[in-house]
Ligand binder design. Structure first.
Ligand SMILES: NC(=O)c1ccc[n+]([C@@H]2O[C@H](COP(=O)([O-])OP(=O)(O)OC[C@H]3O[C@@H](n4cnc5c(N)ncnc54)[C@H](OP(=O)(O)O)[C@@H]3O)[C@@H](O)[C@H]2O)c1
Length: 233
C-alpha cells in the first residue's frame, strides 16, 4: 500500500482495533511501513465509547507522540444477543435506540472532540469514521433497521459539522465518513448469505486505504463508499 500522500514521520491510530475491519486496518498499515507507529485502541485496553473519560484518557496517552497523520474510527454496533435490528416500528425500544446512538454516533463524536485539538495543523491529516450506506436518508429504499440507520445518519451529520469546524483551525485537515461495503465480520455475519456478496476484512481495509490515500482537502466533510464514490446524505 502506497501512502505517500502522508508525511512519513507520522503516526496512525485505529479506534476499534479488535474488530474485523479494525484488525485488518492495523495489519495493513503496519505492513505499509509508512507510519512510525500504528496504535490500536479497543475495549481490551480500556477504550470504551460508553465512557468519555476512557476516550479522553486513551487520546491523551498518545498526545506526546504528536504527529497523528491518520486516525480511523472502526468501531460500531449492529446487533447483540440482547438487540437485533428492528424490522418494524413494533420492535422499537428506547433502550436499544439509545445504545445504538451511544456507540455509533455519540462515542465517535467524543473521539473527534478529544482528538481534533491534538492533530497537526500543517500537512495532510485525516480522520475517518466507518459509517454505513444504510445511514443515508436519500438512499433509504427498504426501511427497517431503525436504530442502526438513524444512529449512522446522526454520525454522518456529526462528521459533516465537525469537518466544517476542523477546517477553521486545520486548513489541511480532512474528516470524512466511509462505507466499507458488506464485509464478512461478526457484525454482518447474521445478515449475509450467498446471494449477498461480501468482501474479506483484508480486501475492505485495502479499499478503505485506497480511498484515504487519494483524499484531498476538497473532500473534507464528505460521505464516500469503499470505491471513493460519494453517497447521498
Ligand atoms: N461489516 C460490514 O459489513 C459493515 C458494513 C457497513 C458498515 N460497517 C461499519 O464498519 C465498522 C466496523 O465494523 P466491523 O464489521 O469491523 O464490526 P466488528 O467486527 O463487530 O467490530 C466492531 C468494533 O467496534 C468496537 N466496539 C463496539 N462497541 C464498543 C464500545 N462500547 N466501546 C469501544 N469499542 C466498541 C468493537 O470492540 P469489541 O471488540 O470490544 O467488541 C470492535 O472493535 C462499524 O462502524 C460498522 O457499522 C460494517
Amino acid at each position: 500500500m502506497n501512502l505517500e500522500s502522508f508525511d512519513e514521520s507520522g503516526n496512525a491510530i485505529i479506534f476499534g482495533s479488535s474488530g474485523g475491519i479494525g484488525q485488518a486496518l492495523v495489519s495493513e498499515l503496519k505492513k505499509s511501513n509508512h507510519f512510525n507507529d500504528v496504535i490500536g485502541f479497543s475495549r481490551g485496553v480500556g477504550f470504551d465509547l460508553e465512557r468519555e473519560e476512557s476516550i479522553q484518557k486513551s487520546i491523551s496517552s498518545i498526545e506526546k507522540q504528536n504527529d497523528i497523520r491518520l486516525a480511523i474510527d472502526a468501531t460500531g454496533f449492529l446487533h447483540s444477543k440482547y438487540q437485533l435490528p428492528e424490522k418494524n416500528l413494533k420492535n422499537l425500544s428506547s433502550k436499544n435506540l439509545i445504545y445504538s446512538f451511544i456507540v455509533n454516533a455519540i462515542g465517535p463524536s467524543l473521539i473527534m472532540k478529544h482528538l481534533f485539538p491534538i492533530l497537526p495543523r500543517s500537512g495532510k491529516c485525516v480522520f475517518v469514521t466507518l459509517s454505513a450506506r444504510v445511514g443515508s436518508i436519500g438512499d433509504n429504499h427498504s426501511g427497517g433497521w431503525y436504530a442502526y440507520r438513524s444512529s449512522k445518519a446522526a454520525l454522518n451529520q456529526l462528521v459533516k459539522t465537525a469537518a466544517l469546524e476542523l477546517a477553521r483551525t486545520h486548513p489541511n485537515g480532512i474528516c470524512v465518513a466511509i462505507h466499507p461495503g458488506t464485509v464478512s465480520t461478526s457484525l454482518s455475519e447474521p445478515f449475509t448469505n450467498k446471494n449477498w456478496p461480501t468482501v474479506s476484512p483484508e480486501e475492505a481495509s485495502n479499499n478503505i486505504l485506497n480511498v484515504i490515500k487519494t483524499l484531498k482537502v476538497s473532500h473534507n466533510g464528505g460521505f464516500f463508499d469503499w470505491s471513493g464514490k460519494e453517497i447521498p446524505w
